[in-house]
Design a protein around this ligand. Structure first.
Ligand SMILES: NC(=O)c1ccc[n+]([C@@H]2O[C@H](COP(=O)([O-])OP(=O)(O)OC[C@H]3O[C@@H](n4cnc5c(N)ncnc54)[C@H](O)[C@@H]3O)[C@@H](O)[C@H]2O)c1
Length: 341
């Protein structure tokens, strides 16, 4: 299936199909110099397959993990392209999760003020979220995604077969972002999570999530208003992620907990069993005050108030601006002390 993303600045296709990796040459223009960027945790065969389809491939493997979204990794990729004589007519392909697509996308956006970029997401999270919408980013001085650009790919190739090698916890991590979108925007997708085995419905979940993100991004490419709906669960989620750094929680796991207090009681009743089914945490062993402190440093907090997305009914949402202090009782809902109280 091909889903077009139509933006004022141009359109590009997202192909979702099992086995599509073998047809990269049909979807991407690879008859030129191609920098294929992957990381050490992604099975090497995926990037090798893209490289084999290119006329003049240069394969670079960065270390897996968030640390690769760094200025030094960015500089290494730029130097590689420069020393290999890349021109404005050449291109970059990312093969991996959100770390690789954020890094490779930003590199493509910067080299010679922008060369063609293609993405092959191999994690569920990058398929449903990171690879769609054109956000690229690096981290700096411990601040996530503080350097970056909106830079749309020329095409995205999603082959769910590449996700067979993904550990179960990573699958759940990505499914959480899809679940998030279903709660605000697609009650039928929520039904899939509720009534079926989500691990067996990956293709349907990815496709419906791409459709939701497409609709949002097409209306608000640069996050002026509607795109903020994608931050549902992220306010308290980010606080848990920062305060619980030592616990090694994944982003999706923190968002899972962050969504709970933002839902009405009725929605919570339906959400909790789904989170448990996905083996996502529903509370964290972290001091609520620590989460609050981490959260008030969040960039979205301004003037003692914070913008949040709340859900009263599955498939709809509201934007609310609330005083920061009113987050305290909400945080209590997802901390273990709060649960006992
Ligand atoms: N640009 C955006 O719009 C956007 C949106 C959401 C998240 N992000 C970013 O995405 C990143 C997180 O992405 P992620 O969850 O994909 O993490 P990731 O890229 O770190 O991938 C997770 C792990 O899975 C491994 N892996 C990847 N594909 C695999 C496969 N098919 N089989 C086995 N292992 C595989 C990787 O090596 C890594 O160790 C964060 O940096 C986040 O900021 C960006």
């Amino acid at each position: 299936m091909i889903i077009p993303i139509n933006l004022d600045t141009g359109s590009y296709p997202i192909e979702i199909e099992r086995g599509a990796l073998h047809r990269a040459r049909e979807l991407f223009r690879l008859d030129r110099k191609v920098l294929v960027v992957t990381d050490s945790g992604v099975p090497a065969c995926y990037a090798e397959e893209i490289a084999a389809a290119a006329k003049e491939p240069y394969l670079v493997t960065v270390p897996q993990g968030e640390e690769s979204k760094s200025l030094s990794a960015f500089e290494k990729l730029l130097s590689k392209m420069l020393s290999c004589g890349f021109s404005r007519k050449d291109c970059v392909v990312s093969v991996g999760g959100g770390v690789v697509s954020d890094l490779a996308g930003f590199t493509a956006a910067s080299y010679m003020r922008g060369i063609d970029f293609y993405s092959v997401p191999t994690t569920v999270l990058s398929a449903v979220d990171a690879s769609i919408g054109g956000k690229t980013a690096l981290n700096l001085d411990g601040i996530k995604n503080i350097v970056g650009a909106f830079y749309q790919p020329k095409a995205v190739l999603i082959d769910p077969d590449t996700m067979k090698t993904l550990p179960g916890r990573q699958v759940s991590n990505g499914l959480c972002e899809a679940l998030k979108m279903s709660i605000t925007s697609d009650p039928e997708l929520f039904d899939v999570f509720e009534q079926q085995d989500p691990y067996c419905c990956l293709d349907e979940i990815i496709t419906r999530s791409v459709m939701i993100k497409k609709a949002v991004v097409e209306q608000d490419e640069k996050e002026q208003n509607l795109r903020k709906v994608l931050n549902f669960g992220h306010t308290i989620g980010h606080g848990i992620e920062s305060a619980g750094h030592a616990l090694g929680l994944y982003h999706g796991e923190c968002v899972a907990m962050g969504m709970i207090p933002m839902c009405s009681k009725d929605v919570q009743k339906r959400l909790m069993p789904v989170l448990k089914k996905l083996k996502l945490p529903v509370s964290a062993p972290i001091d609520a005050e620590e989460i609050y402190r981490a959260l008030i440093h969040d960039k979205k907090a301004a003037g003692g108030e914070v913008s949040v997305v709340t859900v009263d009914e599955i498939g709809s949402f509201s934007f609310r601006t609330i005083p920061l202090s009113s987050l305290k009782p909400l945080i209590n809902i997802v901390t273990e002390q709060g649960e006992k109280a």
